[in-house]
Design a binder for this molecule. Structure first.
Ligand SMILES: C[S@@+](CC[C@H](N)C(=O)[O-])C[C@H]1O[C@@H](n2cnc3c(N)ncnc32)[C@H](O)[C@@H]1O
Length: 214
């Protein structure tokens, strides 16, 4: 396995996975819209916002509709093809969250990662957080959602008609907070929710970039 595949196990099956994911979760915005709206209260309109793991583009489209200068990246080509139906293609990038150097430094006012960094191997999370820290302007806002639990593994999601298997890492709340703080972020708010049918609660951390990264 190459280093990138090791860092992003989803990469290996990303295209088939993308099609199956969209079939299994056709409407991914509605579950987390309230949470996203709460996060956006701290982000003025016209701000530059990046959605990491933008999937079918529904969050990017929502941000554009509400006056944000929004962009999305995803590792799955089929996800991005779907996203292009709702979002201008120049706002979407086929990119791995572990290697976002091309997006520059202090580029964004806010970054979202809603259940996408749970696809990063645990040992690589610090590297991804470092990249987010670099991409954010001073005082920039970061919304991170992960799933609560221990360890990692393959998880099967089904809606009765379609199913998709994903590699997922789980975090205890304190473990995740410690990693995020070590990455140079202050945690302004944390929430535990059960918005998706799953035996794992969602942990959402509303964060602000601190000046001095570890
Ligand atoms: C569980 S989906 C979440 C999508 C959306 N954020 C939501 O809340 O519904 C995770 C997304 O992250 C993408 N992804 C997985 N590994 C990635 C990586 N290494 N770099 C960029 N995107 C990745 C997947 O292709 C998928 O679209």
């Amino acid at each position: 396995m190459s280093e990138t595949e090791n860092a992003s196990p989803q990469k290996k099956s990303s295209n088939d996975y993308g099609v199956a994911y969209i079939k299994t979760f056709p409407d991914d915005l509605s579950k987390f819209k309230g949470l996203l709206d709460d996060f956006l209260r701290a982000v003025p309109t016209k701000s530059k916002v990046l959605d990491i793991g933008c999937s079918n583009g529904s969050y990017v489209a929502y941000l554009l509709k509400h006056g944000y200068d929004a962009f999305g990246i995803d590792i799955s080509l089929s996800m991005l093809e779907e996203a292009k139906k709702h979002v201008p293609s120049e706002r979407l990038f086929l990119m791995d969250m572990h290697t976002m150097e091309d997006l520059g430094e202090s580029t964004f006012d806010a970054v979202l990662s809603i259940t996408s960094m749970l696809y990063a191997n645990k040992e690589y999370l610090p590297r991804v957080l470092k990249q987010v820290h670099r991409l954010l302007k001073p005082g920039g806002k970061f919304l991170l959602m992960m799933l609560e639990g221990e360890g990692d593994g393959l998880i099967k999601h089904s809606n009765g008609e379609s199913e998709v298997v994903t590699y997922t890492t789980y975090y205890e709340v304190d473990e995740l907070k410690q990693r995020v703080r070590a990455g140079g972020f202050e945690i302004d708010q944390e929430r535990l929710t059960n918005l998706v049918v799953s035996s794992h609660a969602e942990i959402s951390l509303f964060c602000t970039k601190q000046a001095n990264n570890a």
